[in-house]
Design a protein around this ligand. Structure first.
Ligand SMILES: *[C@@H]1O[C@H](CO)[C@@H](O)[C@H](O)[C@H]1NC(C)=O
Ligand SMILES: *[C@@H]1O[C@H](CO)[C@@H](O)[C@H](O)[C@H]1NC(C)=O
Length: 394
């Protein structure tokens, strides 16, 4: 080998090393970041802790007009900040909604291997942890329930008069009362919960973080919308009778928001039957106009399945098994979880403990018992010692 050739080879090798070196950090940085983007606002739930910065922001907003605490700003995108400034009182509703979403998620999944764990100390990380990095059905549920809860909280706050830019929905009164009150013995009246405002606000606010150019963004937007649709479709007409006692000659009716538990149950029903999807390249992927926003074709992964409806949850990646610790997705596994020895379901010891078996421990505990009501107004109880059996996954 001549010196020139070997120098050339060394040179080429060196160039390759440089290229590889330059490429590695770029690509590895691109893969994990931002998969759960658009969900940063969930942090609003914990921003208020330990001191109540949401309250500060609201108080500041009262004086200064548009003040937002830096920690609040840090979890909101520009458009979200604008929406919060333009709709005074809405930030508190969003924060309540986010917290209610956490409570509802934990309730719905209390007996599951994945029991909706959240981080105790929130530091700019996703409050639901790294599971959000995966496009799996648990993530689908999180997007739907948070979006639903914000819709719900905003609608409720409108009725309570807590948001300056909205009120009860009185449009029904104008639309139908004339035609209906004449031939039927009821009319629209009172305060109808303003789902229209809540739906639109949630769509603007919650969807603000998403880009639709990929599978994950499309999945998130679909699930956000599904959450809102569940709230909307559970709106019910409620009526009150007037007239001589019991006669009900006249009724006043209004549209009432469901409680969030109903919404949670309804979304949870879609969890097990969630649709695994592909995104078809048909459709208007380049059209970002609002009208076509939700019209991407989500094709079922299995061609024999129906395409997902608006209320279905969609996902495209398998879930981790949640049995074993998996740091990649912040999964702590089911070791030490309580299980129900007489249940054949997911809370049963077989499934919960993933076949590893369980330990039985008998403990004596002191409980309040034989409570009697003492006039007036105390409840007096005795202390009873009882033995309880606990089943815990190995
Ligand atoms: C355990 O499962 C059984 C059967 O499903 C059920 O009846 C019982 O209430 C459960 N116990 C607890 C503590 O959840
Ligand atoms: C029951 O126990 C609690 C605390 O363990 C104690 O404060 C209370 O006095 C007890 N009540 C009775 C009736 O013994």
């Amino acid at each position: 080998m001549t010196p020139i050739v070997s120098v050339l080879i060394v040179f080429i090798g060196f160039t390759c090393l440089l290229l590889v070196g330059a490429m590695v950090p770029q690509s590895s940085a691109r893969v994990p970041t931002g998969r759960g983007r658009g969900s940063k606002w969930w942090g609003i739930a914990k921003v208020g802790e330990p001191t109540n910065l949401i309250q500060n922001t609201i108080r500041g907003g009262g004086i200064g007009g548009s003040y937002l605490e830096p920690v609040v700003q840090a979890v909101l995108r520009k458009k979200q900040q604008r929406l919060v400034r333009e709709n005074r009182g809405v930030l508190e509703a969003i924060a309540k909604g986010a917290n209610e979403a956490i409570v509802e998620c934990k309730h719905q999944f209390r007996n599951r291997r994945w029991n909706c764990p959240t981080k105790a100390f929130w530091r700019g990380k996703n409050i639901f942890g790294k599971i959000v990095d995966k496009g799996c059905r648990e993530t689908a549920f999180l997007y739907a329930i948070t979006s639903a809860a914000v819709t719900h909280a905003v609608v409720r706050a409108c009725s309570e008069g807590a948001i300056e830019s909205c009120t009860c929905d009185y449009r029904l009164h104008n639309k139908y009362s004339r035609s209906m009150s004449s031939d039927q013995n009821w009319k629209w009246g009172s305060c109808s919960d303003n789902i229209e405002f809540g739906y639109k606000f949630s769509r603007d606010f919650v969807d603000a973080g998403e880009k639709i150019r990929d599978m994950r963004g499309t999945m998130n937007l679909h699930n956000n919308e599904a959450g809102r649709m569940h709230v909307q479709s559970l709106m019910r007409r409620q009526c009150k009778c007037h007239g001589m006692s019991g006669s009900c000659t006249m009724k006043t009716c209004w549209m009432r928001l469901p409680n969030l538990r109903e919404v949670g149950n309804s979304i949870k029903d879609r969890f097990d039957g969630a649709s695994r999807v592909l995104i078809s390249n048909a459709g208007s992927l380049r059209d970002f106009g609002r009208r076509t926003r939700y019209k991407f074709q989500l094709k079922p992964y299995n061609p024999d399945h129906k395409p997902p409806s608006k209320k279905d949850l969609v996902f495209f990646e398998d879930s981790p098994n949640f049995c074993d610790k998996d740091a990649r997705y912040g999964v702590s596994g089911t070791v030490g979880r309580a299980c129900n020895v007489s249940s054949m379901g997911v809370d049963g010891c077989d499934l919960m403990c993933c076949g590893r078996g369980y330990t039985v421990s008998v403990k004596t505990v002191v409980e309040r018992c034989k409570c009697t009501f003492k006039w007036c107004c105390q409840v007096e109880c005795k202390n009873c010692t009882v033995t309880r059996t606990y089943y815990t996954c190995k």
